[in-house]
Design a protein around this ligand. Structure first.
Ligand SMILES: Nc1ncnc2c1ncn2[C@@H]1O[C@H](COP(=O)(O)OP(=O)(O)OP(=O)(O)O)[C@@H](O)[C@H]1O
Ligand SMILES: [Mg+2]
Length: 474
């Protein structure tokens, strides 16, 4: 048999077990402590009762001794205690001679010999001892000549406490069983409570299971679960919302792609049909093929852009980040655009200090180049495109600004979506597919930054802001 590979982090103990154990243990501890306290007070109560009775007996004996002294009644001691069962007393005179000793019960003479007398008034605790298979409680007391007795006496009193001890033993045995029963009951109840508490989770789970890709609009009701789970359900709903949005966008992208591909493919089909319709001269064929090549080139670029977007979006961790001098990169791009800029009669200018940035060189160039292409395209001849670099305390900001037509506010926020073109006259007529700014956004997002755009009557500005302290800029 192959051993299962141990997982690197162990699964936490089941919640049901945790709660059951804790509640069961807590109830058991409370019960045991409570029982311990009641046993102790029972013990004390019995001791108090016994001692009180023994003191009464000791007083009766003292009284009998007084009677004996005054009335010369030698029987007085024998009659001293009546109506008490299981109590014993012993009397010796000052010289140590035994005046009275019980016929049965404990050997109180020996008890007197070994036990120091207690103080009558201080209510000192009495002694408990075992003798001949019985348990006794008792004390030795001294009564003096001053108490109208004529001489000193030593009195010992004792009682059999077997009945009390039996009672306590029975009580303890019953308690043992009760503790076991309470423990079992506590565990069972805690287990039932936890299972019962999990019902809303199972119900929510059933609902979650019913959410399929075609039913992403479904949400869980946070008020149907216990308050502790409300936040989790709210987070789950929010996540579902994000997935639904992403899914919707993906569906839109597919529709957009199909839409964008249809025009060049229709053009290609029509032109090819016309070409094969009748015999043509070599020049005519070349011209048709040339036109097809242009269309194919556009398709090719679009496919490459789509692929690039998919790759960068899906694996933003694959950036090859290095420290770059932004001014150098911008200057390099200016040189690349030199010929086109000259042709369009536009100039390029750079403002700002030499700022260093952590970024993937190729991606940063691509983003800057997309912004510059747009800016150069929309700048009227004779005017300048400005690239400004600004090092703030919390971010590095790059702004590409060009004079030109104003972009309406409602278009500004959508410019960064795929295939979106603000200028309806350029729809599928120009050479752009409307992916340039979507690529800029994806690149900046992958670097943990943000893009934005502003436009007014004099100029249009696109910003890329790279947060200092983001994982990439560290
Ligand atoms: N500097 C700018 N001035 C005015 N409008 C702009 C500017 N930059 C972008 N736009 C508008 O934003 C739209 C989207 O730009 P984007 O770069 O995404 O696509 P594109 O340039 O049309 O095509 P592609 O970049 O894929 O070749 C453009 O079609 C244009 O309408
Ligand atoms: Mg563009």
């Amino acid at each position: 048999m192959t051993r299962r590979k141990s997982s690197p982090s162990r699964r936490p103990v089941s919640l049901a077990w945790r709660v059951t154990w804790l509640v069961g243990l807590a109830m058991t501890v409370v019960f045991v402590v409570f029982n311990g306290i009641s046993l102790r007070s029972l013990d004390l109560h019995f001791a108090e009762m016994d001692e009180e009775e023994l003191r009464v007996i000791a007083s009766s004996v003292t009284k009998a001794l007084a009677e004996m002294a005054h009335e010369q009644d030698p029987q007085a001691l024998e009659r001293a205690v009546r109506g008490h069962h299981g109590v014993y007393y012993f009397v010796a005179d000052g010289a140590g001679r035994t005046l009275y000793a019980p016929a049965n019960g404990p050997d109180l003479g020996r008890f007197v010999a070994r036990q120091a007398p207690i103080k009558w008034a201080a209510e000192e605790p009495m002694t408990v001892w075992q003798e001949g298979g019985h348990h006794y409680r008792g004390a030795v007391l001294q009564v003096g000549a001053g108490q109208r007795l004529g001489e000193d006496y030593t009195i010992a009193v004792a009682m059999d406490i077997g009945v009390h001890l039996d009672f306590i033993r029975d009580f303890r045995r019953i308690q043992g069983w009760t503790v076991l029963a309470v423990m079992a009951l506590a565990f069972l109840l805690a287990w039932i409570a936890v299972r019962w508490g999990h019902i809303p989770i199972r119900r929510a789970n059933d609902k979650i299971r019913a959410i399929t890709s075609s039913r992403l609009h479904l949400r869980l009701d946070p008020t149907e679960v216990p308050i502790e789970l409300e936040e989790t359900i709210a987070s789950f709903n929010a996540m579902l919302g994000r997935i639904e949005d992403g899914y919707g966008q993906l569906a839109n992208v597919s529709a957009d792609i199909a839409h964008e591909l249809r025009t060049p493919v229709t053009n290609l089909t029509t032109q090819t049909e016309v070409a094969v319709g009748q015999a043509r001269s070599a020049d005519e064929y070349r011209e048709i093929l040339y036109s097809n090549l242009e269309e194919l080139g556009r398709l090719n670029r679009m496919i490459n852009d789509m692929l690039f977007l998919a790759q960068t979006e899906n694996s933003p961790d694959n950036l090859r980040v290095e420290e770059l001098d932004l001014a150098e990169e911008i200057q390099g791009l200016f040189e690349y655009f030199d010929a086109w800029v000259e042709e369009r009669g536009v100039t390029l200018q750079r403002v700002g200090a030499h700022v260093r940035i952590h970024a993937d060189r190729e991606l940063l160039r691509r983003a800057l180049s997309n912004l510059l292409t747009n800016a150069i395209r929309y700048t009227p001849a004779g005017q300048a495109v400005t690239v400004a670099v600004e090092q703030g305390t919390d971010a590095i900001r790059i702004c590409v600004e060009n004079p030109g037509p104003r972009i309406e506010a409602r278009d500004l926020s959508r410019l960064f979506s795929r295939f979106y073109r603000a200028d309806p006259s350029r729809q599928r007529k120009g050479d752009g597919a409307g992916l340039g700014l979507a690529i800029v956004k994806t690149i900046v997002d992958a670097h943990g930054g943000r893009v934005s755009a502003q436009s007014d009557d004099t100029s249009t500005r696109f910003y890329m802001s790279f947060t200092i302290g983001s994982p990439v800029q560290n």
